[in-house]
Write a protein that binds this ligand. Structure first.
Ligand SMILES: [Zn+2]
Length: 523
């Protein structure tokens, strides 16, 4: 037998709420111990009292469940009435297409939306001009919702179903225009319920800039902004509807800058020392190293500056590296070997090298308790239904893929919760949040099935109603999960117990050390 409102039941027996553990203990052994010696009642009287209490409890339970269902129905319906407003905001941010730490207009729009709804907004947190925390309510629990809004450089695309540049420097190829707006929508919905006194506690929306390589949330975690948060909720655009069970690859990135001596490349090459030689020697050594690192390691680089003209020996060159692995300890040690390759390259080419850590993110701690709750909510909300016009658009998008693609109708499905986590393939700074507060997330089908992230097809979908409909699936599901957390205190206790166990003795330490936010990493 399980009881969703165990807290109330324990109060009936006048046991301190602190003794409450989880949501499935209807008759805790402590309870019997306490009743027996203190009341000295006959077994029959005790049994009668217990029976009576259980009867009261089950009706209280039923009442709580009914209230919970009513609140959820209200949240779903209300969010739907706001659809056009949120769609407009999402399209505006899609249009702004601002890259990491430059999201001035996008961040301002979301802050303004939250302020208009009654949130108190603290801008410029963690020494990042575009980061913010919006708060409504007071007391416990404190539920946090993460919002992202940065675009990707070089992915300019219109919302047409064929490759067509919008003539900009960047595009929303990861759907963070939807991510930010959907999270704000969920936060505002919870705020309304707190205002109406249907929920009590605090809702916070975290405006998190520069997810794409800038590690924005890491600085926010480092600044202690999550210290009073009980649970963090997030989501991500995708081509399917699924609660996230996948971890993330821990990641450490840096820019290596070589300096040499400029000289005429033909007339006086012996007088020069090529910084590009330094970069190329480093890359060669790192490429050799690939054979001698654990299998799951991922190392990638781009030469961001290789000199300006072939007839000038370059006196400056820069290469930008990512080192990833599911285990952050491996990331740290492999990164040190990459640094050795840089130093060796500088020595051999008689150049100098310096490096700047750009980002560093943890793997993601999965929370099964919270994932189970979110799964039920996602199933209640359901997936994305396409109109006939959208099906035609989707067919065109799918015709551009060169691999096997899922059926279009799968956008309407909700995937079952996986028992075991998939192998991590990407990295996210949500990982760092998941190491300081129990965290749960989901993906919603904002992209035509088969669409990969960071593609022109994703940018296109993020600027259509396929994108915004998927966004509303996420907004509704996150609001429902927050309602569960506000109305069932036992869930938070259970999630925290699981979180503490999963984290073990690990003490959080940012992989990027104590550097200040890399506000110009996109320059
Ligand atoms: Zn993303």
């Amino acid at each position: 037998m399980s009881c969703k409102c165990g807290y109330r039941m324990f109060r009936l027996f006048t046991i301190h709420p602190d003794s409450y553990r989880g949501d499935s203990h209807y008759l805790h052994p402590q309870l019997i111990k306490l009743i027996h010696p203190s009341l000295i009642l006959s077994q029959t009287v005790i049994m009668r009292k217990i029976f009576l209490a259980l009867a009261v409890c089950s009706s209280a339970c039923l009442y709580a469940q009914q209230t919970n269902t009513v609140l959820k129905e209200q949240a779903i319906a209300d969010l739907q009435t706001q659809y056009n407003e949120y769609k407009t905001i999402a399209f505006q941010i899609w249009d702004f297409a601002e890259v990491g730490y430059k999201e001035i207009k996008s961040s301002a729009l979301l802050q303004e939306t939250l302020k208009k709804s009654g949130f108190i907004v603290e801008p410029g947190v963690a020494d990042i001009p575009t980061a913010f925390v919006a708060t409504y309510g007071s007391g416990k629990p404190v539920i946090g919702i993460l919002a992202e809004f940065d675009a990707l450089p070089g992915l300019s695309q219109t919302n047409a179903p064929e490759k067509q540049s919008a003539g900009k420097d960047a595009g929303h190829g990861c759907g963070h225009n939807l991510f930010g707006t959907g999270s704000v929508a969920a936060g505002i919905e919870i705020k309304k319920l707190i205002e109406q006194k249907k929920l009590s506690g605090t809702i916070k929306v975290f405006g998190c800039p520069a997810e794409e390589g800038g590690s924005g949330k890491v600085y926010m975690v480092r600044a202690g902004l999550f210290s009073d948060v009980d649970v963090a909720i997030h989501w991500h655009p995708a081509d399917e509807n699924e609660v996230t069970t996948t971890s993330a690859l821990a990641n450490k990135s840096a820019k290596f800058r070589f300096t040499g001596l400029a000289a005429h490349a033909a007339a006086a090459p012996e007088k020069g020392r090529s910084a590009l030689d330094g970069v190329e020697s480093m890359d060669y050594m790192v490429n050799m190293m690939r054979e001698h690192v654990p299998q799951e390691t991922r190392i990638h680089y781009v030469i961001t500056d290789g000199g300006k003209a072939p007839n000038v020996v370059p006196d400056f060159a820069e290469v930008y590296y990512y080192v990833r692995h599911p285990d952050k300890e491996y990331v740290k040690s492999i990164f040190e070997r990459v640094v050795k390759a840089a130093e060796g390259a500088a020595l051999g080419t008689e150049t100098k090298v310096e490096y700047e850590i750009i980002g560093g993110t943890h793997d993601l701690l999965f929370n099964e308790t919270l994932a189970g709750v979110m799964q039920k909510d996602l199933e209640k909300v359901g997936g994305v239904m396409y109109t006939a016009e959208e099906i035609e658009y989707a067919k065109k998008i799918q015709s551009s893929f060169i691999y096997k693609i899922p059926e279009i109708k799968t956008a309407a499905d909700v995937k079952p919760l996986k028992k075991e986590a998939d192998k991590a393939t990407g990295s996210t700074d949500v990982g760092d949040v998941s190491y300081v507060v129990p965290t749960v997330g989901m993906q919603a089908a904002t992209w035509v099935p088969g669409t990969p992230a960071h593609s022109w097809q994703a940018v296109s979908c993020d600027g259509t109603e396929i994108g915004t409909k998927g966004m509303m699936v996420a907004a509704k599901t996150m609001a429902l999960t927050a309602i569960d957390l506000f109305t069932t205190p036992g869930l938070i206790i259970k999630a925290k117990e699981e979180f503490i166990k999963a984290k073990g003795s690990y003490k959080y330490e940012a992989l990027l050390g104590d550097r200040k936010p890399a506000l110009n990493y996109r320059d």
